[in-house]
Design a protein around this ligand. Structure first.
Ligand code: ASP
Length: 238
């Protein structure tokens, strides 16, 4: 079977002057991972690797480059799903980890659970030797600048970033040579979210869905709306 790999780098309005860096970021994920998929890498490993490449890139709102919440902290969500057996793993409100998607995958492969949050997810990551990084390693200059500016605006809501701000959640879907599907998504969430807010990304069927029988999808956009419409599963059923 001819393998397929599709990635995205978010749905916010990207200003023209940042088009290039976004295109480079998503192209890098494809050029690093697609050759491996052609050589037989499984769909689930391919989506994890593609998301890892984009989590490292500070242009995206995932891993390095994640947005700050209202308290000036980074809390990240991620999930992964294997369409072959409907295995699913996710983490929410994770801090100080460059690759939340790796922790989500370990939840899927090493536990009987689907979703770990906060301190529990943090401990789980440590127990699996996922390195912690200093918060500054995930934070970009432009995000800090934006945070300081917006903090002064009393009427700010998480819907506002749809207007001018560029960063984006990352995601990938893949079809491997054996015909299996997988999907993965990783995000720092929405700008200025309340601490503890969890978006669509780690919610099965909302931010991520994969089933060999129907399809695979990774969502981006305003998480509260995506959750209500159960978007990724709904899209696969259409
Ligand atoms: N869907 C993400 C969230 O609401 C944000 C995004 O896609 O950029 O957490």
């Amino acid at each position: 079977m001819q393998p397929r790999l599709i990635v995205h780098g978010g749905a916010w309005s990207i200003p023209d002057e940042r088009d290039d860096t976004h295109i480079k970021g998503v192209s890098r994920a494809i050029s690093e991972v697609y050759p491996l998929l052609k050589k037989g890498l499984s769909a689930v490993d391919a989506v994890e690797k593609a998301v890892c490449v984009m989590e490292e890139d500070p242009i995206f709102d995932a891993g390095r480059g994640s947005v700050l919440n209202i308290d000036g902290e980074i809390e990240m969500d991620a999930s992964i799903m294997d369409g072959k057996n409907l295995a699913f793993g996710a983490v929410a409100a994770l801090q100080n980890i460059l690759h939340p998607i790796k922790v989500a995958k370990l939840v899927m492969t090493e536990t009987e659970h689907c979703l770990l949050v906060g301190t529990g997810a943090q401990k789980f990551a440590q127990a699996h030797f996922i390195p912690e990084v200093a918060p500054e390693e995930l934070l970009t200059e432009s995000e800090l600048e934006f945070y300081r500016k917006v903090k002064e605006e009393k009427n700010y809501t998480t819907k506002i970033p749809f207007e001018p701000f560029p960063e984006g959640t990352v995601g990938a879907v893949a079809l491997d040579i054996e015909g299996n599907l997988a999907a993965a998504t990783s995000t720092g969430g929405t700008s200025r979210k309340i601490a503890g807010r969890v978006g669509d990304t780690p919610i099965l069927g909302a931010g991520t869905f994969a089933d060999n029988e129907s399809g695979a999808a990774s969502a981006t956009g305003w998480g509260e709306a995506i959750m209500k419409s159960f978007l990724s599963k709904t899209a696969c059923e259409c």
